[in-house]
Design a protein around this ligand. Structure first.
Ligand SMILES: Nc1nc2c(ncn2[C@@H]2O[C@H](COP(=O)(O)OP(=O)(O)OP(=O)(O)O)[C@@H](O)[C@H]2O)c(=O)[nH]1
Ligand SMILES: [Mg+2]
Length: 418
């Protein structure tokens, strides 16, 4: 698979499961299946780079008595990639350091945890890191070897014993792998076999070879584990999303059913009231126009019109109460006018006032009038904030599900090539 397709596939999965980004990055490395990687971890100046140089057999990595290694550097030797990493001292480390440490963690199959003997006990930071490494070993099968470095700086074997005992109290049963890079170098340069032996480096080399031989099997298991974990997470996420979507759709339908029913029954009720009122009325005076002399008098026509207006207002108030109960508060923003009092759904559907019996009959007593009210109020109901928010949630959930499905396909693409 081209690395581009692989990266895209990993990206598709990570965008859905961001908490698995690290595992996906590791999976890409595993799929690449290049030479096994050994890296060093530990505090700065504990002799990590020096140790790697002795193991590699040449001065591949910079050594100094200052804080030296700040970036990753690697050297391939005899089918193994040796990776030198910065010391982990977060208080002095930069963002680059942290990135380098992350990359080293990601790439390594075997970690050499380096601790300088003269420091004696492990500090809290080292202990925390060791237990993190141990959790990672249990989960992914990646091994960590503890290396007690610079043992030549101890006075004698007795001191080595007591440092070893102190560390054993902190990490019962730990294998120390005591080494001195300096002795190893001197032994090599002076052709002194005993010093070489005493440096602990050859023994560490043997232990490393055993661990390196296990890497292919460990990688296969780790690959399977990561695919299985990520696959399960994707399935769980997809199922949860489907449940949410079903719930949202159900809510959407149920709310609409409730609204439709509520509205039609309130329309029926107010229509009944209006019809009864209209039928009880006698002669219609409303159509008799008022003359100039009637300006300040109460006429039969005025009374009639007031009567009709009150009946109409009552009906509107009842319908409005139902609308408010369903969250239909005002017109959608894009329909707002400068006159605030006109921005109500009631006025948009019903008009400002009704003065004549025939208008009331047309609106409330004819089926077509009632149907129009039902239709138009429903239109505004669907445009209300809550309903639009619900519809938007459904659209978002559908998009999330599409992304999950795409991620599942992407994971299969990755798995097919692993
Ligand atoms: N006496 C003695 N000194 C050592 C030994 N190994 C390394 N040193 C010295 O310790 C100092 C630090 O060694 P490095 O290998 O650079 O240490 P490091 O852990 O890589 O340090 P950073 O890269 O800064 O994290 C150097 O001055 C080395 O010469 C050893 O076995 N014995
Ligand atoms: Mg270094």
């Amino acid at each position: 698979m081209s690395s581009k397709i692989r990266e895209q596939a990993a990206h598709d999965v990570a965008s859905v499961l961001p908490e698995r980004a690290h595992d996906l990055a590791r999976l890409q490395i595993l799929i690449d299946d290049s030479e096994p990687v050994v890296t060093v971890v530990g505090k700065y100046n504990h002799g990590k780079s020096s140790l790697l140089n002795e193991l590699v057999g040449r001065d591949a990595f910079a050594v100094s008595d200052r804080r030296e290694t700040v970036r990753l550097s690697d050297s391939v030797r005899e089918g193994v990639r040796w990776l030198d990493a910065p010391g982990l001292d977060a208080d002095v480390g930069s963002a680059d350091d942290r990135e380098a440490l992350r990359a080293a963690w990601l790439k390594s199959d075997i970690r050499l945890f380096v601790h300088a003997a003269k420091e004696g006990e492990l500090d809290a930071k080292e202990l925390a890191l060791l237990s993190e490494l141990d959790r990672d070993r249990v989960r992914t099968g990646r091994q960590t070897l503890f290396v007690l470095s610079q043992v030549d700086q101890l006075a004698d074997d007795a001191e080595l014993q007591s440092v070893g005992a102190a560390i054993d109290r902190q990490m019962p049963g730990v294998v120390l792998n005591a080494v001195s890079s300096m002795r190893h170098r001197k032994g090599l340069e002076g052709g002194k076999k005993l010093l070489l032996e005493k440096s602990g480096i050859p023994a560490l080399h043997v232990t490393l070879q055993t661990e390196l031989a296990r890497v292919p099997k460990a990688r296969a298991q780790e690959t399977e584990l990561l695919f299985r974990e990520i696959g399960t997470k994707l399935q769980q996420l997809r199922a949860a999303q489907q449940t949410s979507l079903d719930l949202l759709r159900h809510t959407q339908q149920q709310q609409r059913i409730d609204f439709d029913r509520g509205l039609s029954s309130v329309i029926e009720k107010v229509a009944g009231d209006i019809e009864a009122m209209l039928n009880a009325l006698g002669t219609d005076h409303a159509i008799v126009p008022d003359t100039a002399k009637d300006a300040y008098a109460i006429t039969a026509g005025k009374l009639e019109r007031a009567h009709i207006q009150i009946a109409y207002s009552r009906a509107c108030i009842e319908i409005d109460a139902l609308l408010a109960g369903h969250g239909v508060i005002g017109l959608p923003k894009e329909q707002h006018t400068a006159a605030k009092s006109l921005n109500s759904v009631m006025i948009a559907v019903m008009g400002v006032s009704v003065k004549f019996r025939k208008d009331l009959r047309r609106m409330f007593c004819e089926a077509s009038g009632r149907e129009r009210m039902q239709r138009e109020f429903t239109h505004y109901y669907e445009l209300s904030d809550d309903r639009k928010a619900l519809a938007a949630q459904i659209v978002d959930m559908e998009a999330a599900i599409a992304a999950s499905d795409q991620a599942a396909t992407a994971l299969q693409t990755l798995e097919a090539r692993a």
